[in-house]
Design a protein around this ligand. Structure first.
Ligand SMILES: N[C@@H](CCC(=O)N[C@@H](CS)C(=O)NCC(=O)O)C(=O)O
Length: 214
């Protein structure tokens, strides 16, 4: 398998964690999101992903994009260990936590949104950070509340096994730190992050551990 990835990309980070949890070997093809205006915009990469976003996964010539679609594909194709509970309502709960991050937080603080705010709407770097922190804090506050009130509370977001929710949470917390959010407001999420990072699958997927890390 080949993963088109960027070390700091949180969506790529999600897929790296999932591949590691499932102990699937993969080769990384780094796509630098800033160098030369962004390698994601090269015609050669847009042939892989017309959206010009990472990650993309090539599994034997089958190209997949969108991190959650990739992870659901891995879950169906390589079911062990499972990244979702077996009960339908519990699966929905885990997906809901993942989607708070993947649909409601991450897209609004993504590089291309911030670039647009800066270049076309003339916002300052300080304004960009305020913007990102606002949306991250809104989503993380809800997640903190959900995490503490879940009947299935355990070491991870949902019970005592890592799931899709943890796979989304840990990269989002790394983003939050980069934007200067005060993470002390989220003690339950920080505990979950510590439990996740104790697992090699999470620790080895961290941005600073990647071959393209700067
Ligand atoms: N919803 C997509 C988001 C992908 C995405 O936004 N990737 C970012 C990096 S985390 C990217 O490639 N950004 C390039 C840009 O904004 O130009 C997914 O989950 O895969």
């Amino acid at each position: 398998m080949k993963l088109y990835t960027f070390f700091r990309s949180s969506a790529s980070y999600r897929v790296r964690i999932a591949l590691n949890l499932k102990e699937l070997a993969y080769e990384q093809i780094p796509i630098h999101l800033r160098r030369g205006g962004g390698e994601q915009f090269a015609a050669s990469y847009k042939a892989v992903n017309p959206q010009a976003l990472v990650p993309a996964l090539d599994d034997g010539g089958q190209i997949l994009t969108q991190s959650l679609a990739i992870i659901e594909y891995l879950e169906e194709r390589y079911p062990k260990p499972p990244l979702l509970p077996s009960d339908p309502a519990e699966r929905a709960q885990v997906r809901s936590m993942a989607l708070i991050i993947a649909c409601e937080i991450h897209p609004i603080q993504n590089l291309r949104v911030l670039t647009h705010l800066k270049n076309h709407l003339r916002q300052s770097d300080d304004d960009l950070n305020l913007w990102a922190r606002h949306w991250i804090d809104l989503g993380l506050s809800a997640l903190e509340q959900i995490a503490v009130s879940l009947p299935k509370r355990g070491k991870f977001c949902f019970g005592d096994l890592p799931t899709l929710a943890d796979i989304c949470l840990v990269p989002q917390l790394a983003n939050a730190r980069r934007f200067g959010c005060d993470l002390s407001a989220y003690p339950a999420l920080l505990q979950i992050k510590t439990a996740c990072n104790a697992l090699p699958a999470f620790a080895n997927a961290a941005p600073e551990k990647q071959p393209d890390a700067e």
